[in-house]
Design a protein around this ligand. Structure first.
Ligand SMILES: Nc1ncnc2c1ncn2[C@@H]1O[C@H](COP(=O)(O)OP(=O)(O)OP(=O)(O)O)[C@@H](O)[C@H]1O
Length: 288
């Protein structure tokens, strides 16, 4: 469990600060969402002790960086975006080296990780020769060395193909028990079936933290789907349209609204991404 108390961090030479008065992140998968520049990477760097807050602290099951930094770091797996790997090293050598830095791996652990991340056929390839998606898999695999109880992943699906994305999400979900995993992502729908909670940041401030069900409940707009002709389609507010598919002269539309735009529209289940659009719109219109 992670507890944040009066956390304040100011980015040097930038007009940005992250301020979270109080937050408890429980074990399971927490999705960290927000617009570009909201502070997701900043928060992950703080959680991973790659940065330290200017004020306040983070407790890792009661441990604090001020007293217990090496112990905390030994319990963290972190994948930042744009992670730099040792280009000249071969995959297996790199994982062994990183394992040594973390205090060593258990017998067979690196083979199991290379197997889980489909890296066996690249074990003797130099990092610099690997395609982007394979490098990302090496970056993801290293975070699990030592089976750490805290895992922080910054946009981990970047560069992975669809099959690898699903395989990775499944792997994370299978290893989420008794682990606190925080994943920054713009792919809410891909994580929807596998996650426990959402944490939404905007301009460095916490906007929401709760279950997926709470995230998608009590929203000011609903989601509707129906088929209409071109004149009716032209009358819709484009800002409310989520999807549109044209078949001959008719349009099948999925959109946001307080009520159905026409009688043939039916209310749809609100996905995590729909709820994100609704919440962002609502916040924007209330602050405009
Ligand atoms: N290297 C940097 N130098 C200066 N300012 C930066 C740097 N990286 C980020 N920032 C600024 O810090 C703030 C927070 O950025 P951060 O990267 O934490 O946001 P984010 O939510 O992760 O965004 P994204 O979704 O684009 O990755 C933003 O105002 C951003 O412009």
């Amino acid at each position: 469990m992670l507890e944040l108390h009066q956390l304040m961090w100011r980015r040097m030479r930038a007009d940005f600060h992250l301020h979270i008065p109080r937050l408890t992140i429980k074990p399971g998968i927490t999705l960290l969402v927000g617009r570009n520049g909201a502070g997701k990477s900043s928060l992950l760097h703080l959680l991973a002790t790659a940065q330290f807050p200017n004020e306040g602290d983070i407790r890792y099951n009661g441990l604090t960086a001020a007293r217990d930094l090496p112990l905390i770091r030994s319990q963290i797996g972190f994948v930042p975006t744009g992670i730099e790997l040792y280009e000249e090293m071969k995959t297996e050598k790199l994982l062994h080296y990183l394992a040594e830095l973390k205090g060593g791996a258990e017998a067979g652990e690196l083979d199991r990780l290379m197997d889980a991340f489909q890296l066996m056929s690249f074990r003797n390839s130099r990092i610099k020769s690997l395609p982007q998606g394979i490098r990302q898999r090496v970056a993801l695999a290293q975070a699990w060395i030592g089976s750490p109880p805290y895992i922080f992943l910054d946009e981990p699906l970047n560069a992975l193909d669809s099959i690898e994305r699903l395989r990775f999400i499944r792997f994370v979900a299978a290893h989420a028990r008794n682990r606190t995993i925080v994943v920054s992502t713009h792919e809410l729908n891909e994580w929807e079936a596998w996650s426990d909670r959402i944490l939404w940041l905007d301009e460095g401030a916490l906007q929401f933290h709760g279950s997926l069900q709470e995230w998608s409940s009590h929203l000011p707009l609903s989601v509707w789907e129906g088929t209409i002709d071109m004149p009716a389609y032209r009358g819709l507010d484009p800002a409310h349209i989520l999807h549109m598919r044209m078949n001959e002269q008719f349009y099948t539309v999925r959109l946001l609204g307080k009520k159905a735009p026409a009688p043939q529209f039916t209310e749809q289940e609100t996905t995590l991404e729909d709820a994100y659009f609704i919440r962002c719109r609502n916040q924007h219109s209330s602050t405009a």
